[in-house]
Write a protein that binds this ligand. Structure first.
Ligand code: GLN
Length: 486
């Protein structure tokens, strides 16, 4: 069979189970395609040389009558800030250029336990700080739909590889939009769960109070299947919660009985979008109305302070989380005995890229004595305010809508020299991280060949409702039938 790389999770698992093709055939085709296509987009940092061996093991188990696991034989790409035992995890930083973790992140362990094969590690902005995947020490990742354009970030490799059909699905991390923004720019589905739904054990921390690991796929159904496996309590991450009663594993959300959904259109976020994005959002909203859902304008007044609050908290936490990279426990060849103390540290920490250095400096400043109350504390108060305001909105609305990103993908190099312009890209996505609520980006159209995504947010732990409704909308919009020609 040819073109196996086009298949979705269900088709891969069933195809292997029913003997239509082997796991080895599937993985071989994917590896061939990566070799051919990834030269153009640069979504991979490392390819797992063991993938074919693992595929053969699956084939062998199937031949000996094994009951096939739910993800058997699918090929998952992993953002390179999630630890994979025996497989380099660089965070796209020179700092960790040859770091090989001794253990698997919980999400990786759970995927492997269900038969998924980790195909490789995907490009990102260094330590997940950025919105375009241009800040990587391994070169930027290009948008598969137009190679002159950015692919979004920071999980750019995770979104571009799924769009380019180089893996069945992928994992990303989302601190302020890093799963959703590149998903929107690459026309794939990206989901950030409620804070605490997925274990962060093994995720290299950037801003630990805001981030979650999320999944990216070509359909909502694929994203759900990954989430079902990776979510749930983990004793290695005390912020995870037991999801037995309210997670996505339960039965389908009953849309027949719940077709009176009330949707809030976040006017500050929609009106702030560029014209083509704005137009596209309104045609998607018409589809919602066709299902009998009602929608009306709603307002989130505190949204104007969200970005400032996000960047204050995120940089503060980053400055503290990144303090551990001192080249002592891991790093490169630099002998502390050969240098005076300060010279040693500035040499070692000089290996961070410019954007990471900027975040560490800003973060140290907002936490410094005399400024703590003025910046960090205030940012935390805004965070609480946004949480309360959203909670109140969810008393009235089942879901809240906005564009995922207010602009179309733009040309490579266009914003890299202007950090504030770059930060503005995150204006709609940071809300869900500040409030800890689930949010998804689904593809809803194109303008001049460039993708546009719709963001749907729900109250905390309402992932089942959110994902099921996103699936209904995805089917009705039905734009996911074509893929970039690479
Ligand atoms: N662009 C945002 C930032 O640079 C979000 C990054 C992320 O979600 N990891 O902080």
């Amino acid at each position: 069979m040819s073109n196996l790389y086009t298949l979705n999770i269900e088709q891969v698992v069933n195809g292997i189970k029913n003997g239509e093709f082997t796991s080895e055939e599937y993985v071989s085709q994917i590896i061939e395609r990566i070799k051919k296509v990834d030269k153009k987009i640069n979504s991979f940092i490392t390819i797992n040389d063991n993938a074919l061996v693992q595929a053969r093991q699956i084939d062998k188990k199937i031949r000996s009558g094994w009951t096939v696991d739910s993800l058997a034989g699918i090929v998952v790409g992993v953002k390179d800030n999630i630890s994979t035992a025996g497989l380099k995890t660089t965070c796209a930083s020179k700092m960790l250029s040859d770091y090989v973790p001794p253990y698997d992140a919980t999400v990786i362990k759970r995927l492997k336990d269900k038969g998924a094969i980790i195909i490789g590690k995907l490009n990102l902005d260094e330590f997940a700080m950025g919105s375009t995947t241009e800040w990587s020490s391994y070169g930027l990742t290009r948008n598969p739909w137009n190679l002159d354009y950015v692919c979004g970030g920071s999980s750019g490799g995770s979104a571009a590889s799924v769009a380019a059909q180089l893996c069945t699905a992928s994992l990303g991390s989302d601190t302020g939009g890093s799963v959703r923004c590149p998903s929107s720019f690459c026309s794939v589905v990206g989901f950030k769960p409620t804070y605490g739904l997925v274990s962060r054990y093994g995720l290299v921390s950037y801003s630990n109070s805001l981030e979650q690991i999320g999944s990216i796929g070509r359909t909502v159904s694929d994203v759900k299947k990954i989430m079902e496996v990776i979510s749930g309590k983990d004793t290695n991450d005390n912020t995870t919660i037991d999801t037995k009663n309210n997670n996505i594993n339960n039965n389908h959300y009953d849309l027949e009985q719940n077709n009176n959904q009330k949707i809030g259109l976040l006017k500050e976020l929609i009106n702030g979008a560029d014209e083509p994005v704005y137009q596209c959002i309104y045609s998607a909203i018409d589809k919602f109305n066709e299902f009998g859902f009602t929608s009306e304008e709603s307002s989130l007044k505190s949204s104007e302070y969200a970005l400032a609050s996000y960047y204050t908290i995120a940089t503060a936490e980053a400055s503290s989380n990144l303090a551990r990279f001192d080249n002592i426990r891991y790093g490169f060849e630099l002998n502390p005995d050969d240098y005076e103390w300060n010279t040693y540290f500035s040499k070692a920490r000089g290996n961070f890229g410019d954007e990471v250095k900027r975040r560490i400096i800003v973060g140290s400043f907002v936490l410094s004595s005399g400024y703590y109350g003025k910046y960090y504390l205030k940012a935390q108060r805004v965070k609480d305010l946004i949480k309360i305001e959203l909670k109140n909105l969810f008393k009235e609305y089942d879901l809240l809508l906005s564009p995922t990103v207010p602009v179309l993908p733009f040309k490579i190099g266009e914003k890299i020299d202007d950090p504030l312009k770059m930060y503005l890209i995150d204006i709609n996505t940071v809300l869900a991280n500040l409030a800890g609520i689930p949010a998804i980006s689904i593809p809803i159209g194109f303008k001049n060949g460039l993708p546009i995504g719709l963001q749907i947010m729900a109250d905390e732990f309402q992932e089942k409702k959110l994902l099921d409704i996103a699936e209904v909308l995805e089917k009705s919009i039905n734009i996911n039938t074509s893929y970039p020609d690479l």
